[in-house]
Design a protein around this ligand. Structure first.
Ligand SMILES: [Zn+2]
Length: 318
């Protein structure tokens, strides 16, 4: 992966404790652009900076909007023994809307985003296409993170506090650029996007056991002074998982995080492509590079301000 690609992704990067971290979400959206067919690349590539930067808006929104939180996860283990219907209406019938909201709604929210993106393509609304693309990418990325499908989302029930950010932020920040191969096959049309998402959710749920178990085993082999290290970030000294510990975890997971990131990238590109096909494959040749409107500028600034000043509304994992 070329350095110049990554420098864009890394701009403004800082340590964040949940949801692939800001680094991971930006990287996923960035890489997804290159899996698109030529008609779409010609539109997305000139706007790649926007697509990358706004990959993290849904996380920022968690500081501003209370309803935002459950859109990022689903605690499948809360339904132990019960099958969760894949369709929203059937799931509401079986469990009630309140229960679904309480345990997270990411698979269904991805469907909402897909509809919004499809509409944006149909209406040839450049601003909405880019915004919905960037944000759809975020939620799809979240669905690929094992701990986004578990109520023990930050190891809080098993004395593994911090594992969430460790898996999805710390490890990618160390290895994604230097050691991982994130190239995947080209985007495909998804005949049944909801089923596709649910399959990814169950893969995440199955993997969540290993994510926790492996870290437990590794932590028994490291003394605290070897497990953690102090690093400077933006002029602040922070306690961080050491490189040796991170390396050990990455190895013991046998490429799981790299694989999930690669699968996220493929999924994001495929959802973008599917929305475009479902919208009737509008010709994007005349779609120009996006200029941000004053209203959008205000919205982005407000999100940024709430995120910097506020506390997350609902569940946080850091
Ligand atoms: Zn998220």
């Amino acid at each position: 992966m070329k350095k110049w690609c990554m420098s864009l992704v890394l701009t403004g990067c800082f340590l964040n404790g949940w949801c692939w971290g800001f680094y991971g979400h930006r990287l996923i959206n960035y890489q997804a652009v290159f899996l698109l067919p030529p008609e779409l690349i010609a539109f997305y590539k000139p706007n790649i900076e926007f697509i990358t930067a706004h990959a993290v808006d849904p996380d920022k929104r968690r500081y501003a909007v209370a309803e935002e939180g459950p859109r990022h996860y689903i605690d499948i283990d809360r339904y132990a023994g019960s099958v969760v219907p894949r369709s929203w209406s059937k799931a509401v019938q079986k469990f009630s809307k309140d229960t679904l909201q309480a345990h997270g709604i990411v698979p269904w929210w991805i469907q909402v985003m897909l509809q919004r993106l499809t509409r944006a393509f149909r209406e040839r609304d450049v601003g909405a296409i880019l915004k919905m693309s960037a944000e759809t990418g975020h939620y799809i990325g979240d669905a690929h993170v094992p701990l986004h499908t578990s109520s023990n989302h930050n190891g809080q029930f098993t004395n593994q506090h911090g594992i969430h950010g460790f898996w999805e932020s710390r490890i990618p920040e160390i290895f994604a650029e230097t050691e991982w191969d994130l190239l995947s096959s080209k985007a495909v049309y998804l005949k049944n996007p909801l089923d596709f998402t649910w399959n990814r959710i169950y893969e995440s749920a199955i993997a969540s056991d290993s994510v926790l178990r492996v870290e437990k085993i590794l932590s028994e082999r490291f003394t605290p002074d070897r497990k953690y290290a102090f690093e400077e970030r933006n002029g602040v000294i922070i306690k961080q998982y050491s490189t040796a510990y991170s390396s050990g975890y990455n190895e013991m997971l046998n490429g799981m995080i790299e694989r999930r990131m690669r699968e996220s990238i493929f999924a994001v590109a495929s959802f973008w492509y599917t929305a475009w096909v479902n919208a009737g494959q509008p010709d994007l040749k005349n779609f120009v590079k996006k200029e941000i409107s004053p209203d959008e500028k205000l919205e982005f600034e407000t999100l940024e301000m709430k995120w910097k000043d506020g506390r997350v509304k609902g569940r946080a994992c850091d």
